[in-house]
Design a protein around this ligand. Structure first.
Ligand code: HPA
Ligand code: ZN
Length: 333
C-alpha cells in the first residue's frame, strides 16, 4: 500500500475525467464542443492559468444534479483510496454552478452524500472547503457565503481561487471577516501566478491558516523567513505548476529548496484530471524529478496531516501520524 497521506489542495471539479464528462453530458442532454474524449484530451495544452480555467469552467456544464456531484466525488475518492489518501480536504466552486442555475444546495448535498460514505467505504475522512471566485465581485462572494448558511454543518472553511493576477486578497477582506465570524476556517490561493505581496495580504488581511500554492514566496527572503517562523503550511501542486507554465519543467520545481529553507510544504494534485496525475502519481513524479529521499517523503506525509483541519478529531490525526512514522518508504518505490 502506498504511504498514508492527506490531500489538502484538490478542486473537485478538477477531477472531472473526459469519460465521466461525456457520460454526464449524455445523461443531461448537454452538447460538448468536442467530438469525443480523445479530442477533449488534446485540448489539455495550457499556456497559463486562464487558458486552463476557460476549459475547466466550460466542462462544468455537464454537472447539473445532486447525483452528478455525488458521482464526481465518488470517482475521485475511489481513485485516491488506492493511492494512500486517508484524509481529503476538498475545494468546490459554488459560484461556477449557481451562475449556471444550479442551486447551492444541489452541489453541497451531492458532494456531501459521497463524502459521508467515504470513511466507511474507503477509509478516507473528508472536509469540504467552498472557494470564492476572485475574478467575481466581493458582493457575489458575500451572497455565496449567505447561501452557504443552511449548509454550514457540512462546510469546514472558505478558500479563494480562479484568476489571481489583478484580484488581490484585499478585495475579499469583509467576506473573510464574515466567514471567520461564522466559525469557518480560512485558506486562499496566493503566489501561484500572483506576486509574493498577495501572500502577505492573505495572511494579514484575510487571516488565512494555510496558503494554497505560495511558491512565489521564494522571491522574497523576508517572507520566507516569516512563513518558516509562523509555520504557515503551503499546499504545493508541482504537476499543476508545470502544466500551467508557472515553472518550465518539474526538475526546476522549488519544492526541495523550499523544504531545505524550513518551509512547511505539502504536495497535492490541484486538478488531477487536467494536469496529468492524481496525488500518488504526483509524489512519484516529484520523487524522481527532484531525487527526494525517504525522510523528505516522510516529512511531506507528516506535514499533510499536521496542516490538515483535523482539530475536531485529534485522535485520528495522532493515529495517522503514527502510521507515517512507522511506514517503510522503500515499500512505495
Ligand atoms: N488556481 C486557481 N484557481 C483554480 C485552480 C488553480 O490552480 N484550479 C482550479 N481553480
Ligand atoms: Zn488550486
Amino acid at each position: 500500500m502506498p504511504f498514508p497521506k492527506a490531500e489538502l489542495h484538490l478542486h473537485i471539479e478538477g477531477t472531472l475525467e473526459p469519460e465521466l464528462a461525456f457520460a454526464l453530458a449524455a445523461r443531461n442532454g448537454v452538447v460538448l464542443p468536442f467530438a469525443d474524449t480523445d479530442e477533449l484530451r488534446r485540448a489539455y495544452l495550457f499556456k497559463d492559468l486562464q487558458s486552463f480555467l476557460d476549459l475547466y469552467y466550460a466542462l462544468m456544464a455537464v454537472l447539473r444534479t445532486e447525483d452528478d456531484f455525488a458521482a464526481l466525488a465518488d470517482a475521485y475518492l475511489a481513485r485516491v483510496a488506492t493511492q494512500g489518501v486517508r484524509h481529503a480536504e476538498i475545494f468546490f466552486d459554488p459560484q461556477a454552478h449557481t451562475s449556471r442555475g444550479v442551486a447551492f444546495g444541489t452541489v453541497v448535498e451531492g458532494l456531501a452524500r459521497a463524502l459521508e460514505r467515504a470513511e466507511e467505504r474507503h477509509g478516507i475522512s473528508t472536509r469540504l472547503i467552498m472557494c470564492f471566485l476572485r475574478d467575481e465581485s466581493a458582493e457575489s462572494a458575500m451572497r455565496t457565503l449567505e447561501a452557504a448558511k443552511p449548509y454550514l454543518d457540512r462546510i469546514t472553511g472558505v478558500g479563494l481561487d480562479s484568476a489571481e493576477v489583478g484580484h488581490p486578497p484585499s478585495k475579499f477582506r469583509e467576506v473573510y471577516e464574515a466567514a471567520a465570524a461564522l466559525g469557518l476556517r480560512r485558506v486562499a490561493h496566493a503566489g501561484e501566478e500572483g506576486p509574493p505581496a498577495y501572500i502577505v495580504e492573505a495572511l494579514d488581511l484575510l487571516g488565512v491558516e494555510r496558503i494554497d500554492h505560495g511558491l512565489r514566496c521564494m522571491e522574497d527572503p523576508e517572507l520566507v523567513e516569516r512563513l518558516v517562523r509562523e509555520r504557515i503550511p503551503l499546499t504545493l501542486c508541482p504537476l499543476s505548476n508545470v502544466r500551467l507554465r508557472v515553472i518550465d519543467v518539474l526538475e526546476e520545481h522549488p519544492l526541495a529548496r523550499m523544504m531545505q529553507a524550513g518551509l512547511m510544504c505539502t504536495v497535492n494534485s490541484d486538478d488531477p484530471a487536467y494536469f496529468g496525475g492524481y496525488i500518488g502519481d504526483t509524489f512519484h513524479a516529484v520523487r524522481e524529478a527532484l531525487d527526494l529521499g525517504n525522510e523528505q517523503l516522510r516529512e511531506l506525509a507528516r506535514n499533510s496531516f499536521l496542516a490538515s483541519f483535523l482539530e475536531d478529531d485529534e485522535e485520528r490525526r495522532a493515529a495517522l501520524l503514527a502510521e507515517v512514522e512507522a511506514y517503510d518508504f522503500e515499500r512505495d518505490r
